[in-house]
Design a protein around this ligand. Structure first.
Ligand code: FPP
Length: 232
């Protein structure tokens, strides 16, 4: 959800106002994804690197996150949205962790849609943690080195059980992944939107989906292989 700060600066508003408008936009886009029949939306709300920001902005963001959760939990429940979080929550303040845990628990049986919030998330940190788990399992004899394959790695990532992203949308004119779902995005299509996140309307989402629909996804195959049905 990149560009909240620049959106605010362009309007002479405080950065936090940009984040507030960004949070409102998120609520609208979640609703729209549900209406469109999309199954999973993962949003990068706070990166492991965002701790370098001024303390005032960080605490404002967390307060905003807490407010969004409290104000919209009933909406999530009504629309049968399951909330999940990826990232290291242990460093988050209690006043954010508590409502998050409540919301995760209250929505755990819903299957209509999964909203995954990446909080204090970094793909490299996630990969390091998974590698450490693999090493511990091997040392303890629970896993043989030759059993370390992609499913073994994927099941130790924080996204275990979630589908890999089909489409990644980066707003605000940036053309990079910035430590977001690096392994899971191996075959994702990436669409870059020039607008800042608070201006990422439903129309912008449709433009991104239209761009995605034009792409031919080959997953490493030649066009001929892709269009030839497998023989028995
Ligand atoms: C990036 O814009 C946005 C963020 C770092 C925060 C996004 C979070 C929300 C909209 C919702 C808050 C919810 C929770 C749960 C914390 P930027 O500040 O990097 O924009 P810039 O690149 O223009 O400065």
């Amino acid at each position: 959800m990149d560009g909240n700060g620049r959106w605010a600066a362009a309007k002479g508003l405080p950065r936090l106002e940009g984040h507030r408008r960004g949070a409102e936009r998120l609520i609208e886009i979640v609703d729209d994804c549900l209406d469109l029949g999309i199954g999973t939306l993962t949003v990068f709300a706070f990166s492991a690197e965002n701790w370098k920001r001024p303390a005032e902005e960080i605490s404002g963001l967390f307060k905003l996150g807490e407010w969004v959760l409290r104000a919209h939990l009933s909406r999530l429940e009504r629309r049968k949205v399951r909330l999940r979080v990826i990232g290291d929550l242990s460093a988050m303040p209690e006043f954010v962790r508590r409502p998050l845990a409540d919301a995760i628990e209250a929505t755990r049986d819903f299957t209509a849609f999964e909203l995954v919030v990446a909080l204090n998330y970094g793909a490299r940190q996630e990969i390091v943690a998974a590698t450490r788990q693999l090493a511990e399992d091997v040392v303890a004899g629970r896993l043989q080195p030759d059993q370390v394959d992609w499913p073994a790695v994927a099941s130790r990532l924080q996204t275990a059980g979630l589908p890999d992203p089909d489409l990644i949308i980066r707003t605000s004119g940036e053309h990079r992944l910035s430590n977001f779902l690096l392994l899971q995005s191996a075959y994702a299509e990436i669409v870059f939107a020039s607008v800042h996140w608070p201006d990422f309307t439903k129309d912008q989402l449709r433009l991104a989906l239209a761009e995605y629909a034009k792409r031919e996804r080959r997953f490493g195959m030649t066009p001929e292989q892709l269009h030839t049905p497998p023989t028995a």
